[in-house]
Design a protein around this ligand. Structure first.
Ligand SMILES: NC(=O)c1ccc[n+]([C@@H]2O[C@H](COP(=O)([O-])OP(=O)(O)OC[C@H]3O[C@@H](n4cnc5c(N)ncnc54)[C@H](OP(=O)(O)O)[C@@H]3O)[C@@H](O)[C@H]2O)c1
Length: 327
């Protein structure tokens, strides 16, 4: 097998143009890991944060960007018995997806759901792991509850709307244009709120308040989210696109028994991610195979145009997922 591969490097912290094609050594799978020959790599906002120097890879992870990919198992590390060379999988990665080969724990691989192709499968792991752990495990969303997701047309948002709707929640979503709002409604939102001309706080309060909010915006959304929550409501923070620092009156948190929490996926232990993978395989992969839910695809770029993919993502013109074709 070849010893070197094409990969996209972050040459220095900065804008999309710092992403450049380079030649790297093909990584070797360690115990419990597999080597994947990457077909497609999903593009996610955290990749842009890493590129800008604001989201360092955890210790031991590749310095190359890329948190998810699909492809074929090319080699097995010691002790891997559940996968075989040639299996087609999609996988959550600790990094390194923008490359022809990548290593990841075997327990973070999932089969390509029946009926989906490798391109669609590459877009599943990062958003499905994130939504499952934050909305259902941490956020405890129950059927019949009112669920608000911000950034409804994002990779995360389109996944959260579909899963919450499927599991019986009443779904509300915010998005920045009429077209994006329409997509949110088509995916199962009961109401999509164009935040440029409607106030989500007023709308949610008129419904009795949100039982759970999934937020990636932060900034002045923090106090507004608190106001939009029902008594005993939960706010789960997964990013701070408008910044993490804000003045907040915590009396409401106490008086109305609110919970404010959050998490990032990447630094969690391999075991924690393996548990999420096993939940997804049992509860969510059958829904994908049955066509009840599906990834929302925006656009495809060749690996060497990763900088253009990042530029598209950062102008927020996209709806759903952007993917890199690697081989
Ligand atoms: N904690 C975790 O483990 C974890 C894991 C994965 C992703 N994330 C985070 O989740 C978010 C979504 O990720 P993604 O990959 O799905 O991203 P994405 O597709 O790029 O979506 C981000 C969306 O947020 C909206 N947005 C951007 N800036 C905004 C602002 N200042 N105010 C309000 N809305 C804004 C945009 O839509 P509009 O046009 O509607 O504004 C955009 O489509 C990102 O912030 C990412 O960092 C967190």
């Amino acid at each position: 097998m070849t010893q070197t591969m094409r990969a996209v490097e972050i040459t220095e912290p900065g804008g999309p143009d710092v992403l450049k094609i380079a030649e790297r050594a093909v990584p070797q799978p360690g115990p419990g890991q597999v080597l994947l020959k990457v077909a497609y790599a999903g593009v996610n906002r955290p990749d842009a944060l890493q590129r800008a120097g604001a989201y360092a890879p955890p210790p031991g992870a590749s310095d190359l960007p890329g948190l998810e990919a699909s492809g074929e198992v090319a080699a097995l590390g010691e002790g891997v018995t559940d996968l075989h060379v040639g299996d087609q999988v999609c996988a959550l990665l600790p990094g390194g997806g923008y490359a022809e080969y990548v290593v990841t724990p075997a327990v973070h691989c999932l089969p390509v759901p029946e009926g989906l192709d490798l391109k669609q499968a590459a877009c599943l792991p990062e958003t499905y792991f994130t939504v499952w752990t934050n909305v259902f495990l941490r956020g405890g969303l129950q059927a019949g509850e009112r669920f608000l997701v911000h950034g409804g047309s994002s990779g995360i948002g389109t996944t959260a709307i579909q899963l919450a709707h499927h599991f019986g929640a009443r779904v509300f979503a915010t998005a920045g244009s009429a077209d994006k709002c329409k997509v949110c409604m088509d995916l199962g939102a009961e109401k999509a709120i164009n935040y440029r001309d409607e106030d989500f706080v007023e709308l949610l309060r008129a419904e009795g308040g949100a039982n759970l909010i999934l937020d990636m915006v932060g900034g002045d959304y923090l106090p507004r989210n608190v106001n939009a929550l029902a008594d005993d409501g939960r706010l789960v923070q997964i990013a701070f696109l408008q910044g993490p620092k804000v003045e907040l009156n915590f009396a409401q948190v106490m008086m109305r028994r609110l919970t404010i929490t959050g998490s990032t996926l990447r630094p969690q232990s391999d075991l924690a991610k393996a548990r999420i993978a096993s939940d997804l395989r049992a509860r969510v992969w059958p829904l994908l195979a049955a066509g009840r839910i599906a990834p929302v695809m925006d656009s495809e770029y060749p690996l060497e145009k990763a900088s253009e993919a990042h530029a598209r993502m950062e102008t927020s013109g996209h709806i759903g997922k952007i993917v890199l074709k690697v081989s």
